[in-house]
Design a protein. Structure first.
Length: 401
């Protein structure tokens, strides 16, 4: 059971929050042990919200609010209390209440975050831990909010780039199916009644139309089975490795965009971690987790092992043969100059500009490509449908003579 309480702590400051206990008496005893004088306590009748992984947009809000309140002179408990009052989402309220409860119980903020399991990303937890240790939690929270904001912007940018082709391809498929199901059968009846010998393109089109009309359920089952098989394959470690390796080595501009997205995320995350005071070894461990591709994650793990043995970062990365030359060269410059954070910031900007440029180029190439594909499909259907009409016209002309 969960009990909500209002009271005062040993210093006379207002204290409020939630506590989990088997009875009201047990809840009162727990609060008494924490030095809280209870003014009001009541059991929450609402169903408990199951804690789930927090979304980036909520992390941004949470981190920015906490950073602002801490810089204004609030304690971490006071800041959490203020944020909880402004939050409307039930699950977020529950997370903050749980954090407050653990901190009141003697845990640090980072340990309280860690106890929530996978609710917060490890990057967030580790940077908070460093911020607590160095005494600059407010600036670290602001930096991590900027980091997740940039990550969300990057995801949105890539997602929006593929929205247009998805819509166009979907409309093409709908239009083709509509023609095959409604228009082609009409012409088929006309040709059968006229007894016209059908040319090969028309026979192919009618066969496809019959297949869609009479065996749509079989096509749907086949697509579903293929989807299930792919999901099963991709859920295995070996399957995921094969797919990630294919994606990472994919040719054409699509592969370039995919790789630039990965290296942009890595350079941006690396910069944020280094600026937050996290060690190189721990930073590489976190980079391996956020890379989003097992091929590059393995390369980062290999590089980390060599760095721990005393090898330079740039040399260790170069030996993996997975990072672009500009990445390793800029890291080498940062290492030799002692300004790795600034170099990583420059590299983040470089990959961001490259990604923007390639996304625009991809969209520019895609529009005429889709137009050509649509023209070929429509042209074939029109050719196959109207070709027998010329034979009918010739038959009618001969009959007239």
């Amino acid at each position: 059971m969960i009990f909500k309480y209002i009271g005062r702590d040993e210093s006379g400051n207002p204290a409020r929050g939630e506590v989990e206990a088997n009875s009201e008496e047990e809840a009162r005893n727990l609060l008494h042990e924490r030095g809280i004088h209870i003014i009001e306590i009541k059991r929450l009748r609402t169903k408990r919200v199951v804690l789930k992984r927090i979304k980036p947009v909520d992390i941004i809000f949470f981190a920015r609010q906490l950073s602002l309140l801490l810089r204004s002179g609030f304690t971490i408990l006071g800041a959490l209390d203020a944020v909880e009052e402004n939050v409307k989402k039930p699950f977020l309220k529950q997370i903050i209440a749980k954090l407050r409860e653990d901190i009141i119980g003697g845990e640090s903020f980072s340990e309280s975050l860690r106890k929530l399991g996978d609710v917060f990303p490890r990057v967030f937890i580790e940077t908070v831990h460093v911020g607590e240790a160095t005494g600059n939690l407010d600036s670290v929270l602001l930096r991590i909010a900027d980091f997740f904001e940039k990550e969300e912007e990057l995801r949105r940018k890539v997602r929006n780039a593929f929205t247009y082709p998805k819509i166009v391809v979907s409309l093409i498929l709908i239009a083709v199916v509509f023609i095959l199901v409604t228009i082609v059968p009409v012409f088929k009846k006309i040709y059968e009644s006229a007894g016209v010998k059908l040319p090969l393109p028309t026979r192919i089109l009618i066969s496809v139309s019959n297949g869609v009309i009479h065996y749509w359920w079989l096509i749907a089952i086949a697509i579903f089975i293929i989807y299930i098989l792919f999901r099963s394959f991709s859920s295995t470690k070996k399957g995921r490795e094969r797919i990630d390796e294919f994606l990472f080595n994919m040719p054409t501009i699509l592969g370039k965009i995919y790789r630039e997205n990965i290296f942009l995320r890595i350079s941006h995350t690396f910069e944020t971690l280094i600026r937050s005071g996290i060690s190189i070894g721990e930073a590489f461990e976190l980079l391996s987790q956020i890379a989003g591709n097992l091929t590059i994650s393995k390369a980062i793990d290999e590089a980390r092992e060599k760095i721990m043995q005393g090898e330079s970062i740039s040399r260790a990365i170069l030996e993996t043969k997975k990072f672009p030359l500009i990445f390793t060269r800029m890291i080498a410059v940062g290492e030799s100059g002692g300004n790795l954070e600034e170099v990583l910031s420059e590299m983040t900007g470089y990959f961001e500009r490259e990604l923007d440029s390639d996304i625009k180029r991809f969209v520019a190439l895609l529009e005429p490509t889709l137009t050509i594909v649509l023209g070929i499909i429509v042209g074939f259907i029109a050719f196959a449908v109207y070709l027998p009409l010329f034979d009918m016209a010739r038959l009618i002309t001969r009959g007239g003579h």
